[in-house]
Design a protein around this ligand. Structure first.
Ligand code: ADP
Length: 476
């Protein structure tokens, strides 16, 4: 099958979170299963810089009154998956993030930037495809490509089917209805049974309404988003479309995230010898200005610093944990209030808490390998990848039983336990489970078996990629 995988970020070209990791790994896994899969991504500056041997394959006029844009073709580094780049410098060649400018506000023309991406995706699945390739399946990811299913449905000359994967339903791409005309959407689709969502044009709603199938990134999250508490207003539509909704757990890129070969580690290890992991802990403590102490349980966080991730709950129980002898290494950025509170904690606990506020791919691998226990107390978590990286790196995670965390981590009480799971989204429950993890760490033997269970667990893409192929087949 010919599959167009449409995404607004992809590792190793541009990344703000887990969507980039999935977009890097899933298409490669689909290709390994014999599918003709191609990516479509916006031509941000790092994308154009990092992709070699680009060829212009089409020039397009996407919307009336907008300048002509180009479609480039190249190969992804490392995996060799073909990629189409939408080269529209006036929209994508901007310093700062893919969605936001430096002060953290959304780019004011995001509707046009991602409406254009969606329109080109639909074109590549239509008889009017501007290249000598026409997708059978247009696989959209999150709101940034949410209008593609709408364009596909509204264009008569198309045979492609669409899949909408929700990586996080909290991000919806809701815009003023005045964008309808510039985006060439008929007023008639501004309706409850269309793109309208509480008076706004919603890209995600469009995707959920028009796509042939809806997938989300874990079975538990597929269930959760059909509830009022966790559906962010989309639960009604998802419940009506229940028969078209499925949950397919993300995998991880096992080449990129392997402690035995990790290019960011100097002390590599595998399940047959964890000694270099301990040496890596000491090196990390030194590098981060923590007291070098093999015995101190070192807790780690690598995360967007947001309410979703439950890191405010963690702040409440940290003083007790630190006073009890634990250390903490945080790598993350996000809400400025949380950033400030973590930085203040580091000042209060010199040598016991290290906080690095930036995005740093290499350090994220070193933290994952060097800490003893990984913390992920998310309020909600569609899938989450870090808990799987933790398991693979012999760093058992403490997670809340929600979304993909519930589907991927087995509590230490079970013989095949891989981490520490708690239920309630409150600091006391989190505290108890971190204490449980620390006690287990100090006990040694049981902790080692949890580490090994995690390292041996299959968290790769193969099974899930096959589930996507099975889904495409039912549609094609
Ligand atoms: P989400 O997509 O909600 O942010 P995930 O756990 O699915 O959460 O994926 C987050 C990805 O982003 C992981 O690969 C994680 O290591 C990475 N990440 C998050 N924050 C940082 C950071 N400050 N520096 C480097 N990598 C980070």
């Amino acid at each position: 099958m010919k599959i167009l995988f449409v995404t607004s970020e992809v590792h190793p070209l541009i990344k703000t979170g887990g969507l980039a990791d999935v977009s890097g790994a899933l298409p490669a896994a689909l290709q390994a299963l014999g599918q003709d899969v191609r990516l479509l991504i916006p031509g941000y500056i790092p994308v154009l810089d990092k992709l070699k041997d680009k060829r212009t394959v089409a020039a397009l006029s996407v919307f009336a009154g907008q300048p002509e844009v180009r479609l480039l073709s190249a190969m992804m580094p490392e995996t060799g998956v073909p990629v189409y780049v939408l080269d529209a410098p006036q929209y994508y060649c901007r310093v700062a993030g893919p969605y936001q400018y430096e002060l953290g506000g959304d780019w004011p023309d995001n509707a046009m930037r991602f409406g254009m991406l969606s329109r080109v995706a639909a074109l590549l699945g239509s008889d009017a495809s501007p290249v000598a390739w026409q997708a059978d399946i247009v696989h959209c990811n999150d709101w940034q490509s949410g209008l593609a299913p709408a364009y596909l449905q509204l264009t008569p000359s198309t045979h492609a089917k669409s899949v909408m994967t929700i990586h996080n339903i909290a991000f919806q791409g809701n815009f003023d209805r005045d964008w309808l005309a510039p985006l060439d959407l008929p007023q008639s689709c501004f309706d409850m049974h269309g793109v309208e969502f509480h008076g706004y044009l919603s890209f995600l709603k469009a995707g959920l309404h028009y796509a042939d199938r809806i997938v989300t990134v874990s079975p538990t999250y597929a269930h959760e988003i059909q509830s009022t508490e966790m559906g962010y207003g989309m639960q009604g539509l998802l419940t009506v479309r229940n028969g078209d909704v499925s949950g397919i757990l993300n995998g991880i890129d096992e080449q990129e995230w392997d402690p035995a070969t990790d290019k960011y580690l100097t002390l590599r290890y595998d399940s047959s010898n964890l000694a270099p992991k301990t040496a890596g802990k000491l090196a990390l403590q030194q590098r981060l200005g923590l007291e070098v102490d093999e015995k101190a349980p070192l807790l780690g966080v690598v995360s967007r610093l947001t309410y979703q991730k439950g890191l405010d709950m963690l702040l409440e129980c940290l003083p007790k944990l630190l006073d009890g002898g634990a250390q903490l290494a945080v790598l993350g950025s996000g809400e400025s209030d949380l950033e400030q509170r973590y930085l203040q904690l580091a000042q209060r606990y010199p040598g016991r808490v290290s906080v690095t506020v930036r995005f740093d791919e290499g350090l994220s691998h070193q933290v994952m390998a060097g800490v003893d226990i990984f913390l992920m107390p998310s309020r909600f978590e569609p899938c989450g990848l870090n808990q799987m990286y933790g398991m693979r790196y012999g760093t058992p995670p403490v997670v809340r039983r929600t979304g993909g965390l519930a589907d991927s981590v087995t509590d230490a009480k079970a013989p095949d336990g891989t981490g520490f799971v708690f239920d309630e989204a409150d600091p006391a429950a989190l505290y108890r489970s971190v204490v449980r993890a620390i006690e287990c760490y100090r006990d040694g033997k049981k902790f080692r078996s949890i580490q090994l269970n995690g390292m041996r667990r299959d968290v790769g893409w193969r099974g899930s990629a096959q589930r996507y192929v099975d889904l495409y087949r039912t549609m094609a």
